[in-house]
Structure formats: C-alpha cells, structure tokens
Design a protein around this ligand. Structure first.
Ligand SMILES: Cc1cc2nc3c(=O)[nH]c(=O)nc-3n(C[C@H](O)[C@H](O)[C@H](O)COP(=O)(O)O)c2cc1C
Length: 197
C-alpha cells in the first residue's frame, strides 16, 4: 500500500480527455497518489484532444495500470483507496458499471469501489442522451455512485476553457474532501434583484 492517500483515475473514450489530465495534475498538487488507467479509446481521445505525449500523460500519475490487467492491486477491495474518478466516462463504460460487467480493469475498479462503499464519480459525456444512457445513470446512482457530467458553470465568469475545466475538476475533488484554495466559490449575489414588486 502507498503511504499517501490514493485515488484511481480512469480516462475512457469520451470527449473531454482534458478532465482526466487536469485531475491528475490537481491530485499531485494536493499531494495525493493517483492510480491511472486509460482505455484504448481513451488514448484515441487523448491523441485527438490533448497536446501531450503518452510519456507526459503517464508521468502525471503515481502509478499507471494496463486496462487489461484485472489482476492489478487496485482490482481488489483489500487495496484501500479513497475511491475512483472516471474522467471522462463513455456511455459504454457507464453501461458496464451500471450492470456490474467488470470486463476490464476500469470497470472492475468501479465495481470494487461501489461494493466497498467508496466514492465513485463518473464524469459521463454524451449528448443528447438516449433512454439506455439515462437508465444506466439512474442505476449507478442507486448503487451509490455519483454521476457528474462535466457541464460548465458560468457564475465565476470564466475567461478561458482552462478556467472552465479547472472549476469542474475542483468541484469533483470537493466530493473527495480535497479543497483547492484558488477555486472560485459562489460569493452570493452582489446585485439587488428586480422583484417587480
Ligand atoms: C474521437 C472519439 C470521440 C468519442 N466521443 C464519445 C463521447 O463523447 N461519449 C461516448 O460515450 N463515446 C464516445 N466515443 C465512443 C467510445 O470511445 C466508444 O464507445 C468506446 O468503445 C468506449 O470504450 P471505453 O469506454 O472502454 O473507453 C468516441 C469515440 C471517438 C473515437
């Protein structure tokens, strides 16, 4: 077992690979150990969307695992982690987790995190949703997982894509009790409301 508290980060083949990459950076800044698993479709999206090499991406993680290696440490509930973030999460991986399919290390880890009643956050990405997607999100929620589509917030008036990505990732880390000091938080409305009264 690693000395630092650890979180599993999986990058699957949905658009938004940057979320997984940014989470790895923020976890390192927070002195957390990350276990990284990237599916083959996840690598396709990383190549399409992120200007970093495989070595650079893997270098952001504490330990990298092969998605086929269902014998990895993190595949067992006896290996203690704080939980798992799937960032981004494809509809295929969502379906697999919703049905306890455990056909690779990513879906096995999610299954383990749920059975051990640890925190599972799934940053699902597709639009629009069909009924299977919606039902699978309900199933994961009923099992205790958190469905967190990376929908941007605008109340902090972001001026760049990076600011949007950062805020979403920081909100996800909030769910693990990892607080980012520089995260913009809702200050309350500073303008008087037009009530019409
Ligand atoms: C460039 C690209 C973008 C994709 N975007 C999405 C997406 O946003 N959401 C999704 O559910 N699947 C998306 N897919 C399809 C998944 O990658 C595909 O279903 C794959 O089997 C998912 O496997 P994985 O969950 O093991 O990574 C995309 C595929 C490619 C090649």
């Amino acid at each position: 077992m690693t000395a630092k508290p650890s979180i599993i980060v999986a990058i699957t083949g949905a658009s938004g690979a940057i979320y997984g990459v940014r989470l790895l950076q923020l976890l390192r800044q927070a002195d957390m150990f990350s276990h990284l698993v990237i599916s083959s479709a996840g690598w396709m999206n990383l190549a399409a969307e992120v200007a970093l090499s495989q070595t650079e991406i893997e270098g952001l993680a504490g330990e990298v695992h092969n998605p086929k290696d269902v014998g990895a440490t993190i595949a067992s509930g006896s290996f203690v982690t704080q939980g798992m973030i799937i960032a981004p999460c494809s509809m295929k991986t969502l379906a697999s987790v919703a049905h306890g399919f455990s056909d690779n290390l990513i879906t096995r880890c999610a299954d383990v995190v749920l059975k051990e009643r640890r925190r599972l956050v799934m940053m699902v990405r597709e639009t629009p949703f069909n009924l299977a997607h919606l039902r699978n999100m309900v199933a994961v929620t009923e099992m205790g997982g958190i469905v967190y589509p990376p929908l941007p917030q605008f109340y902090h008036r972001p001026e760049s894509i990076q600011a949007l990505v950062d805020h979403t990732c920081q909100r996800v880390l909030d769910l693990f009790g990892i607080s980012s000091p520089d995260m913009p938080r809702w200050p309350g409305l500073k303008v008087s409301l037009q009530t019409g009264a």
